[in-house]
Design a binder for this molecule. Sequence first.
Ligand SMILES: Nc1ncnc2c1ncn2[C@@H]1O[C@H](COP(=O)(O)OP(=O)(O)OP(=O)(O)O)[C@@H](O)[C@H]1O
Ligand SMILES: [Mg+2]
Length: 412
Amino acid sequence: MQERVIVGIDVGTTKVCVLVGELDRDGKLNIVGVGTCPSQGLRRGVVVNIEETVTSIGAALDRAERLSGKKIVSACVGIAGSHISSENSKGFVAISPNHRDIVQNDISRAMEVAQAIALPANREVIHAIPRGYVVDGQEGIKNPIGMSGFRFEVEAHIITGSVSSVHNLIKCVNKANVEIEDLVVEPLASGEAVLEDGETDLGVALVDIGGGTTDVAVFVDGAIWYTTVLPIGGNLITSDIAIGLRLPVGVAEELKITYGHCDPSTIDDDDMIDLSQFMPDCDDLVPRKLLAEIIQARVEELFTMVHEEIRKSGYDGLLPAGVVVTGGTAELPGILEQAGLILDLPARIGSPLGLHGLADSISRPAYATAVGLLLWGLSHPSFLTEEEAYEEESMTSSLVTKMGRWLRAFIP
Ligand SMILES: Nc1ncnc2c1ncn2[C@@H]1O[C@H](COP(=O)(O)OP(=O)(O)OP(=O)(O)O)[C@@H](O)[C@H]1O
Ligand SMILES: [Mg+2]
């Protein structure tokens, strides 16, 4: 059997990250190429300048190609932005009395019905994911094929986005000479990389705090239940610091990354930061406590907004596996305590782990989406032939099985 190459491209607000993974004969996913480049041309997860975005994607692709020695022609690509929204929908069909047994075609018909939601002309469906099936009133069925029944129902999670935002991103990736195998909303990709089966079964919230967006996804009964993207992220913390301390944005960013903390009560009053290390001609001192106060205010606001989304999902107080925080901003010291306090949930940091090859630099929260796109590419059937999917199933590494199972569980 041939080695399979999978590529993921995360076009983030602060960085573009291209990962090249190779599934070897033993089913181990090796990272053979990593290309990152600071991104330009996006605001809050959405393309606002085509030329700049294409240049950033091109630079990241170039690095990943040089490192891996492979020409990248197609990839799984992440999409974010506050235009993303989701709803749950049901699709009923009658099973033909000729066969009575449920076949793949019944699932496809039911999914079509579930997807027939009223959509304004400027929105389109990005994902339609079956969450589970009901056969003659029997709920909670994960694989209905071969079952007998009269009435068949699918419960589906439908994620939609703005047509123009989706098409601008597609245009940018195509202009960088890459074909899109699958467009994946970022919280789903991040979830693939950092959530465990047990967590999605119990009920868990995933919060990916990037530079320009905060993605929220709620998983229950092993499947996605609620997805949304908030137009706030770590860049706002940086601009608060820049405004509050009257510093250039670049210095504010360095200050945040080197000395930032979310809990001022843990910091001594006389803990001072010497600004000359960032600006040689400045000898000002900044109290580290003040820096933490600025950060805390914004982080508190951010988790309050996340809490509101969890409430909207209907699962506030009903997520025993708690919250998993990922994305670059998850690296801020003290963020878990803030998350736990405001959301009133157990919290942990989600890092993509268990990777092989060039894994060191990407086993961090900021790479959750990019890693998740690779795992999505491996486990998602949309561009696997049935035969390939079968082979995949029999050879895939324990890592991929573990991470992809909660989605794959719905691929009969
Ligand atoms: N060590 C750190 N401490 C605090 N913040 C950090 C740290 N490292 C990165 N960040 C912040 O994380 C953010 C970038 O995160 P990430 O790389 O996940 O974003 P992105 O994917 O490019 O953007 P988005 O997902 O919003 O489109 C920036 O705001 C950056 O300042
Ligand atoms: Mg991101």
